[in-house]
Design a protein around this ligand. Sequence first.
Ligand code: GDP
Length: 195
Amino acid sequence: MIIKSVEFIISAVKPEQYPDVSMPEIALVGRSNVGKSSLINKMLNRRNVARVSSKPGKTQTINFFLINQQFHLVDLPGYGYAKVSKSQKEQWGKMIERYLSKRGPLRAVIQLVDIRHAPSKEDVQMYQWLSHFHVPTAVIATKADKISKGQWQKHVKIIKQTLGMEKHAQVQVFSSETGVGKDEAWQMFEQFLFG
Ligand code: GDP
């Protein structure tokens, strides 16, 4: 994918604020600190489109970007940040549920997990939730540079087992540091977006 333009459209908290539905859309979700902002920046060849390490627990919004005037890339708020209050967690749940259940142009959700660790309880819940809403889902394992290449498949297997993924389902290995997996991730996105 050649990135010709990246436009920030809106930080939305409710559906009335979502941009128009004329273009297909792909959304990214994962635990706080999983490397979602870094992945977005890497994928878009930009330094600061999505803010890396912005304080977790701050006001949570759904951020829409328009890419190449062709599709929306959606940055969903990260989950699993321990210091967030119960009411903030509920707020998060409602906002995500409204988005996932009603967003017509949504073609797929890409769930990010850290390659080093077995998915958390919240990761598993998220994965199950996506399947409950019948949202096509793919998994990207981030921070691949943090373990040796020889370990990747072992970790991928644990991720698949813990999430309860089907045997043939794919987990894409990715690193924002080295760019490994970037081309494959774009192929995956394009497949979802344009078939
Ligand atoms: P987010 O909260 O999911 O948006 O995560 P960030 O993109 O802010 O990343 C959290 C931390 O992990 C930052 O310190 C990043 O520099 C680091 N990080 C993110 N991706 C990678 C990666 O692929 N490799 C390495 N080594 N560090 C990463």
